[in-house]
Every structure is written in structure tokens, then in C-alpha cells.
Design a protein around this ligand. Structure first.
Ligand code: SF4
Ligand code: SF4
Length: 193
């Protein structure tokens, strides 16, 4: 059972510091090819049987990105010329050298959760959240960002923390109960100086 798509943004935000610490941990301790394999397996596990039309956070929280080479095909889906399609739906993003939809949520998201581009949906949308792609080690920052959008990415990170026995080190204050279980305050027990 994956986290509710409506809750993933807030939950990931509450874990942001932990996720950045986990990134550092992976950079220091993980083997990149093994990490790719772990991501790929978890991607398959979590997406199998998951109905993305019940979520669509990636279409709601981002604008659609239509690479130049995909515009013609996408226009054909609406029986429009390339020019008409661009004028009606798209803006050019010179930084990305791609077209984006004019609005967020994406203009092609339909009420039932389907994509109006159908089979002409761009490859970048098909590949999102890229958790089965190579070089996950080099993409950990964008993965942490995606954990606030995609329930699958959120769950993959949580599972990886278990698999790597990553435990966030909790700070113990002087007046807290001592973690050794003595029943004394930390400052009077293991924290005594
Ligand atoms: S083009 Fe389709 S799949 Fe891509 S963001 Fe828009 S609605 Fe979603
Ligand atoms: S890819 Fe992730 S964010 Fe997009 S619809 Fe599927 S579960 Fe939701």
C-alpha cells in the first residue's frame, strides 16, 4: 500500500533533512551499479499493480514538457497543424530547448486521469519518475525532489533506508531519558561529563 498521493508532498517535506542525510550516506557507502539494481527492482515492485490514474501528481504538479521532435506527433492527436498546436497549448522554454504546456496542471490532463495525448505522450512523461534508469547515484537530488510528488519515489526511498540500515541519528538533550534505558536523565548517566 503506497502513501496517499494527496499526502506525499507534506510527508516528504517533513523528511527532507533525513532524505538529504540519506543521500550523503549513499554517496559514501553505496555501490552505484548495485544501487541502480535496487532502484530498478523497487520500481518494478511498487509500480506493478499501481494505477497511476488515481494519482497523476506528476501531471498536476508540473507543466507537461513536449520536446521539439514530439510536437508534430502530439499535434496530430488533435488533428492540428504544428503551428496551431503550439499556439493553442505551448510555450517555448529556451533554457530547456523544449516546449512546455502553458499551464500547470498540464493542459493535457483529463478529468478521468488520462492523458489527452494518448499514444503521442512524450517519452519523458513515460519515463517519469526515472527510478528504473541508470545512474541513480548521480540523480539523487532530483529523486529527493520527486519524493514530494510521486508516491512510488517516496516509498522507494523509505525502503532503501531500511535496506541500508540507515538510521537517522536522533539528538539526545541533557534532560532527555538516557537511551541506555537506565531510567536516569542523560546528563546524569551516559552524558555525564
Ligand atoms: S503530457 Fe500527458 S502524461 Fe505528460 S504531464 Fe501532460 S498529462 Fe501528464
Ligand atoms: S508516476 Fe508517480 S506521480 Fe506520476 S501518476 Fe504515477 S505514481 Fe503518481
Amino acid at each position: 500500500m503506497l502513501i496517499n498521493p494527496d499526502k506525499v508532498k507534506a510527508k516528504a517535506k517533513s523528511k527532507e533533512n533525513e532524505n538529504y542525510a540519506f543521500r550523503t550516506y549513499l554517496k559514501m557507502h553505496a555501490d552505484p551499479p548495485k544501487l541502480d539494481e535496487q532502484f530498478r527492482k523497487l520500481h518494478e515492485e511498487f509500480f506493478s499493480g499501481y494505477d497511476c490514474s488515481q494519482c497523476r501528481n506528476c501531471c498536476k504538479m508540473y507543466r507537461g514538457v513536449i520536446p521539439q521532435e514530439d510536437v508534430e506527433k502530439a499535434a496530430g492527436q488533435f488533428s492540428m497543424s504544428r503551428g496551431e498546436f503550439i499556439e493553442r497549448f505551448l510555450e517555448y522554454d529556451s533554457g530547456e530547448m523544449s516546449y512546455t504546456t502553458k499551464h500547470c496542471p498540464c493542459d493535457f490532463l483529463e478529468e478521468n486521469g488520462a492523458c489527452a495525448l494518448g499514444d503521442s505522450k512524450p517519452a519523458n512523461c513515460r519515463k517519469y519518475p526515472y527510478t528504473d534508469q541508470p545512474d541513480r547515484m548521480g540523480s539523487l537530488l532530483s529523486i529527493i525532489e520527486s519524493a514530494a510528488v510521486c508516491p512510488v519515489v517516496y516509498e522507494i526511498l523509505e525502503r532503501l533506508k531500511e535496506e541500508y540500515h540507515f538510521i537517522k541519528r536522533k539528538r539526545v538533550y541533557p534532560n532527555d531519558p538516557c537511551p541506555c534505558g537506565s531510567g536516569l536523565k542523560y546528563k546524569k548517566c551516559c552524558g555525564r561529563q
